[in-house]
Design a protein around this ligand. Structure first.
Ligand code: BYC
Ligand code: FE
Ligand code: FE
Length: 373
């Protein structure tokens, strides 16, 4: 392999591999506060599979990259999520996953980044990487299911309590030990925006190189009807000019991160609409929505501006003023944390979450999914 190709390929594999143990580190204490045995079993399955994804990437490093690969794999084992001195590579993987609402949001939004990145690596011309990513994708579907159904069950339980009390008063809803819908929206805003950053800068020469050298493709590359070279093509990206968000055309090859982010947003929004169906069915006039993709960014040119969830460019003062309404506050997080307590009796569920519609592998919902020996 030529030098630059080799180091780019290794870097992609290291970045992918780094996220896998990071997520397990972020989630490792959640067994202590599982809302049911059903949920605990799902947590363990997710963690085991992320561990295997790590193994798959380390295998590639050892099998194809000689000494550099072994050193990178060693370094991967030394990094820790959130460690100030030796953190994980990507931002979202250094955030905490302190409670189960965060876990469900993470598996819905952040594992979905996994799906999109793996789909683009599954197009790689480096066949061992492409093949292993295709296999990893089969497991990603379950992780996202855990997230979507988890958040859905939290919403369902909240709606039940709201209808019993006939109120949307946050204090009264919280007093019943369930999570109010505005707090769920703030958690959604946080996890959505942190995940937006995982796609990298909107305009990136790395992205162009990865694509041009066949290391990565687009999402569903083979279904794209253009020439797959993209040399003279353009793609829209956002810029802040005169206090407004403007769409400008960038060279397509440099905008491939943005293209993948846009594909992701369509998919992520579809599930939010399914959550809204639960709220509608309960007859409650409230709608969850995805924040604008420019909201709360830390990566790329949009990170220099303050942008509201509905896509308005704000002054520093306006932003500080609204911050509490848009992202989980210390108090929101403390409230959610106060609800977390372990429920480990088969068929029992914590008060803040509805039971699932069905069990796992045709077992009943009250099956003893985890045994403590
Ligand atoms: N945080 O040119 P840019 C998953 C860095 S999730 C911190 O835009 P590029 C999973 C970037 O590294 C899927 N740093 O970067 C989910 C670069 O650094 P250098 C994970 C960031 O390379 C749940 C600089 O900023 N897989 O599997 O075009 C549970 C300039 O950026 C971030 C992958 O990501 C960030 N968010 O795009 C378990 C696939 N973003 O060179 C698992 C592999 C960017 O200046 N990775 N930077 O030192 C990639 O394809 C690319 O590296 C990225 C970044 C798309 C992430
Ligand atoms: Fe994974
Ligand atoms: Fe995953």
């Amino acid at each position: 392999m030529p030098g630059e190709y080799r180091s780019n390929l290794r870097r992609l594999i290291v970045t992918q591999g780094d996220t896998e143990p990071a997520s397990v580190e972020q989630q490792r204490h959640l067994g202590l506060t599982c809302p049911s045995l059903y949920d605990m079993r799902n947590l363990f399955q997710v963690n085991v599979e992320e561990g295997r994804h790590l193994w798959a990437m380390v295998y590639l490093l050892h099998a194809y990259f000689g000494r550099d690969g072994r050193e990178e794999a060693e370094a991967l084992l030394e990094r820790r999520s959130g460690d100030a001195d030796n953190p994980r590579i990507l931002g979202a993987f250094n955030e905490r996953t302190p409670d189960w609402l965060s876990f469900f949001m993470f598996t819905y939004f952040t594992d979905r980044d996994g799906k999109y990145q793996l789909c683009s690596l599954a197009e790689s011309g480096f066949d061992p990487l492409a093949r292993t990513c295709k296999f990893m994708l089969t497991e990603e579907a379950h992780h996202m299911f855990v997230g979507e159904s988890g958040v859905g069950r939290v919403i369902q339980r909240t709606c039940e309590v709201m209808n019993q009390l006939k109120t949307d008063d946050v204090a009264k809803i919280r007093a019943q030990g369930v999570i109010d819908l505005p707090t769920i929206q703030r958690y959604l805003n946080f996890h959505f925006s942190v995940t937006m950053d995982l796609f990298g800068a909107d305009v990136s020469s790395n992205a162009a190189t990865f694509y041009n050298t066949g290391l990565k493709g687009r999402y569903e590359e083979t279904k794209q009807s253009d020439d797959h070279l993209l040399n003279d093509a353009a793609y829209p990206v956002l810029e802040v000019a005169d206090g407004k968000l403007l769409t400008v055309q960038a060279p397509y090859l440099n905008a491939l991160n943005e293209r993948l982010r846009d594909d992701y947003v369509v998919d992520a929004k579809a599930g939010i609409e399914r959550w809204n169906k639960i709220i509608q069915k309960a007859g409650i006039p409230f709608t969850l929505s995805a924040p604008h993709k420019a909201f709360n960014r830390k990566i790329g040119p949009l990170s220099a501006a303050k942008i509201s969830p509905d896509g308005k460019v704000l002054s520093e003062a306006e932003c500080t003023h609204h911050h509490l309404a848009w992202l989980p506050s210390v108090e929101d997080r403390a409230f959610v944390a106060s609800l977390m307590g372990r429920v480990a009796e088969p068929g029992k569920f914590a008060n803040w979450i509805a039971p699932p519609a069905r069990g796992i592998n045709n077992q009943p919902v009250d099956f003893a999914y985890v045994r403590f020996n």
